[in-house]
Ligand binder design. Structure first.
Ligand code: COA
Length: 158
């Protein structure tokens, strides 16, 4: 069975993340969307809420499983016998960041591969931090966040 992992902070999940998850699920037998801790960031939404939100948005896709993990991504991959991680690419600056993560992970776990999927063109400038900022000022985030979680994100961040 071919298992891929789509890791991220998802603080919160955006329509761009959702698009990458749906497309990645078509490339493997099982996709694990892994809500992980990025040590470089302080999360605004707590981990279990982020996991629930991702589950809510992806529950209709049978080969997607949502999990969380506190530790190294490569350890999570080994535990779940995953062979590749999938990440979305929005811009040149993402490419540099992704190359850094991919290189570090390859050193730690030579048997793994990274698959970079170009993101939807209309999501190229969407990010979780833009969503958080707009929501904190009471702005409309419905174009950026899956409709299933808009109200929850607004209530948590406003
Ligand atoms: N659409 C919209 N936004 C996207 C996107 C897409 N397709 N792809 C990425 N982004 C944005 C996110 O919204 C987020 O924006 P923000 O920084 O403004 O909040 C940013 O790009 C990246 O966030 P995300 O994709 O959620 O994940 P991340 O970069 O925070 O996650 C981990 C990084 C969790 C995968 C990484 O830190 C990790 O592997 N941690 C575990 C520890 C480990 O193994 N570390 C070693 C790796 S070097």
């Amino acid at each position: 069975m071919k298992t891929f992992i789509y890791p991220g902070s998802f603080d919160p999940l955006t329509k761009g993340h959702l698009d990458i998850a749906k497309r990645a699920a078509k490339l493997c037998d099982e996709l694990i969307v892994a809500v992980l801790h990025n040590k470089g960031k302080t999360a605004c939404i707590d981990l279990s809420t982020r996991v629930n939100m991702v589950q809510k948005c992806l529950k209709n896709i049978p080969n997607i499983k949502v999990m969380s993990f506190d530790g190294l991504l490569v350890e999570f991959m080994k535990i779940n016998k995953a062979t590749a991680i999938v990440r979305g690419l929005r811009s040149e600056s993402d490419f540099r960041y992704e190359l850094e993560i991919a290189t570090a992970n390859k050193i730690l776990y030579p048997d793994y591969e990274t698959i970079l999927l170009p993101c939807r063109h209309d999501m190229a400038f969407t990010s979780s931090s833009v969503v958080r900022e707009v929501a904190s000022f009471g702005g409309d985030i419905s174009a950026m966040v899956p409709e299933q979680i808009v109200a929850e994100v607004v209530s948590l961040l406003n």
